[in-house]
Design a protein around this ligand. Structure first.
Ligand SMILES: NC(=O)c1ccc[n+]([C@@H]2O[C@H](COP(=O)([O-])OP(=O)(O)OC[C@H]3O[C@@H](n4cnc5c(N)ncnc54)[C@H](O)[C@@H]3O)[C@@H](O)[C@H]2O)c1
Ligand SMILES: [Zn+2]
Length: 381
């Protein structure tokens, strides 16, 4: 029998028999399992078979995962009874575009991929977004499975069905909602992820603790060295819980029309502004979000919503994951202007995600300009 735990008001599903199950995401396009464990890529074929999908599997992987991890994934799919074809591509933010989509389409065309076939995306968030978009559009939509291999992709982008590519005018301007049929996360894949990318991923995971789960936050705070070293069960458990939070939010607010999915934007208003003003690629997304979280905490403190102790605590936790909490050489006015053009702001007013306490976030539209300015200035060198 499944047990239901009550964590920060969110129902987290736990089953004894199915220890790796982090979440069941319920969407208008169906429900899917997100499984998280160590060395579980071996189960990819078995897990896929559980979805009832038949057809051939087309594995599109980030070249960073080639050859060993992709080979294991391919073998696992074949053991599950799926004829499997593999395409390894160099996929990065610079070629997250329609030209790369075209390359994948041509491969699918050559192999005559049909409606009943399955596309498996293996790599970081760029791979997931691009291959997810290919799956959303090939023959007007075929099944996609995500095997995220970066921490950011695990705790964030692989769940929720947002897919897309960049065009010269802006990032992620072309895309579709296309929910996966399965998300399988093998924590062992993180062993080869560069340290800076790991930290950027921890930023999103830690963010989930700050906005919705005080217990998870405690865990991240207490066990930072162990988390970073990926030692023992605790990091796997923390990733699983972070995934569960994202899964619950997506289930509650699939299209970001309610009050839940916006909470994931904590630290992102200023984070996006930092990425834009500093030039994309200068800061990793998670690094910019960490600084953005400090600005948001500064705003909440100035509005009397939280005390200095929580601001200091957030700073310490982020620093313990080697994340920046201040930035230099950026101009406050440029940053403020960039926050105003953020796509999440509507009609000129920004909906700020702010903390009310550890594990408790809310939104406010009435933040005075001078409070925003002071909070930004307080993180600038
Ligand atoms: N769909 C969503 O909801 C959503 C949410 C947030 C971000 N995103 C998107 O995600 C992208 C960022 O994702 P990301 O941070 O994973 O970037 P990424 O895909 O570029 O991966 C980061 C780097 O790590 C490498 N890599 C990935 N896994 C590895 C591994 N296990 N070992 C060694 N190297 C590995 C990649 O090749 C790349 O160089 C952005 O394009 C962003 O727009 C999407
Ligand atoms: Zn983010």
């Amino acid at each position: 029998m499944p047990k239901h735990g009550e964590i920060a008001g969110w129902r987290i599903r736990m089953t004894n028999q199915d220890q790796n199950l982090a979440a069941i995401v319920n969407t208008t396009q169906g429900s899917y399992r997100v499984v998280v464990g160590r060395n579980i890529v071996h189960d990819l074929g078995i897990e896929l078979a559980k979805t009832g999908l038949q057809g051939r599997a087309f594995l599109v992987a980030d070249e960073a995962m080639f050859p060993n991890p992709t080979r294991k994934a391919q073998e696992a799919l074949e053991r599950g009874g799926y004829e499997t074809h593999l395409l390894a591509l160099e996929i990065g933010e610079k070629n997250k575009n329609v030209e790369t989509v075209q390359v994948v389409y041509e491969w699918l065309a050559d192999l005559r991929v049909e409606r009943g076939d399955i596309i498996v995306a293996m790599g970081g968030g760029v791979t997931g977004d691009l291959v997810g978009f290919v799956a959303a559009t090939w023959l007007r939509g075929v099944a996609v499975v995500h095997v995220p291999t970066s921490l950011a992709a695990m705790v964030d982008s692989s769940i929720g069905g947002k897919t897309g590519v960049n065009i010269p005018t802006g990032k992620n301007l072309v895309g579709a909602f296309h929910q996966p049929k399965l998300v399988l996360q093998d924590v062992a894949h993180l062993k080869s992820l560069p340290a800076r990318e790991m930290s950027a991923g921890w930023a999103e995971a830690v963010k989930h603790g700050f906005i919705l789960d005080a217990q998870l936050l405690d865990m991240f705070e207490r066990l930072a060295p162990q988390m970073k070293a990926l030692e023992g069960e605790e990091p796997v458990e923390a990733i699983r819980r972070s995934v569960a939070i994202k899964g619950e939010i997506v289930s509650a607010d699939e299209f970001e029309t309610g009050d839940q999915r916006i909470l994931l934007n904590y630290g992102h208003t200023v984070g996006h502004a930092i990425e834009k003003v500093s030039g994309y690629g200068t800061y990793l997304h998670g690094e910019a979000v960490a600084v953005g979280m400090m600005v948001a905490a500064g705003i909440a403190e100035r509005l009397g919503m939280i005390d200095t102790e929580l601001v200091d605590r957030q700073r310490r936790v982020l620093q313990s994951y080697d994340l920046p909490v201040r930035i230099s050489e950026l101009d406050v006015d440029e940053l403020i202007n960039a926050t105003k053009s953020d796509k999440k702001s509507r009609g000129g007013t920004i909906r700020w995600v702010l903390l009310e306490g550890p594990g408790k976030a809310t939104t406010r539209r009435d933040v005075p300009d001078d409070v925003v300015r002071e909070a930004i200035l307080s993180v600038l060198d």
